[in-house]
Design a protein around this ligand. Structure first.
Ligand SMILES: [Zn+2]
Ligand SMILES: [Zn+2]
Ligand SMILES: [Zn+2]
Length: 274
């Protein structure tokens, strides 16, 4: 399993358009970036690739990384930064299977799969394939399982991707608070690589209108507001999942410049062989 981090940023990315903060300036100076979230997972055994989320930066990411176009894709949730690159399939793909959860979201009255189908009904190459969370499906030679996470007010899913032949395993937290349900944790546990949402360091919770929550015994918030994990929360989740290796993703430019490029914070273009 070859994993390429196409986009390790949050919804504005780093550098952020029009921003001259120290972190965005440092990114420009170093020639590194964090575009909107997407992960490319190649199965060399069957010569197929699975894409996790359709970043609005899809075209640029594929040109930059020169990875094969995907044979299938999974959408974790319907936020702009994870879905709205899907229009790029037009005149690039003859057909593409896109997997998404089949549970109805009380907020929208539709499942992620139904929203994808409705929003992109005009895209002929698209074949939306509803998948039931916590039930394993077989895609690109992998066993893939969507797991519910907490990203209010929308439903959102993390996922585990395992190669049943080699035993290698990638887990992705999805956009989530630290409050990942126990049955989801069981599916995500013991990965060779965990990609965990860590939008900001915990000390920035004081700037969020909702503050932080899910504090450690020392009072460190593991959730930023209600929707995302802090760096500290993501690292605690990684320890609890017994991850062999962890990269923090979905990172905002609010990390101070002297912390923003420290381990284990990911930048675009990282590749891992599992
Ligand atoms: Zn900035
Ligand atoms: Zn989101
Ligand atoms: Zn996001």
């Amino acid at each position: 399993m070859r994993v390429t981090l196409l986009g390790a940023g949050d919804t504005t990315g780093t550098p952020t358009v029009g921003c001259d903060c120290d972190t965005c300036e440092a990114a420009r100076e170093r020639g590194v970036e964090r575009t909107r979230f997407s992960v490319h997972v190649e199965n060399e055994r069957v010569d197929e690739s699975l894409l996790i989320d359709f970043s609005p930066d899809f075209r640029y990411q594929f040109l930059r990384e020169d990875v094969p176009l995907p044979d299938a894709a999974v959408i974790t949730h319907i936020h702009f930064d994870h879905l709205d690159g899907l229009g790029n399939v037009f005149r690039v793909f003859d057909s593409l299977s896109v997997y998404a959860a089949d549970e109805t979201d009380p907020q929208t009255g539709k499942s992620v799969a139904e929203t994808v189908r409705d929003d992109y009904h005009y895209l002929d190459p698209l074949e939306v394939r509803p998948a039931t969370p916590l039930e394993t499906i077989h895609v690109c030679g992998f066993d893939v399982t969507l797991v519910p996470v907490e990203h209010p007010p929308l439903v959102c899913y993390g996922l585990a991707i395992e190669d049943p032949v080699t035993g290698s395993k990638l887990s992705v937290s999805g956009d989530t608070s630290y409050n990942v349900p126990e049955e989801s944790r069981e599916v995500l546990a013991d990965p060779d690589l965990l990609l965990a949402d860590a939008i900001v360091p915990a000390n920035l919770c004081e700037y969020h209108p909702a503050g932080g929550r899910h504090e450690t015994d020392d009072g460190v918030p593991r959730t930023f507001g209600t929707k995302h994990m802090t760096r500290e929360g993501a690292l605690d989740l990684a320890a609890e999942l017994n991850a062999e290796r962890t990269r923090l993703v979905h990172l905002a430019h609010y990390y101070p410049a002297d912390e923003a490029f420290e381990e284990p914070l990911a930048v675009d273009g990282e590749r891992y062989e599992l």
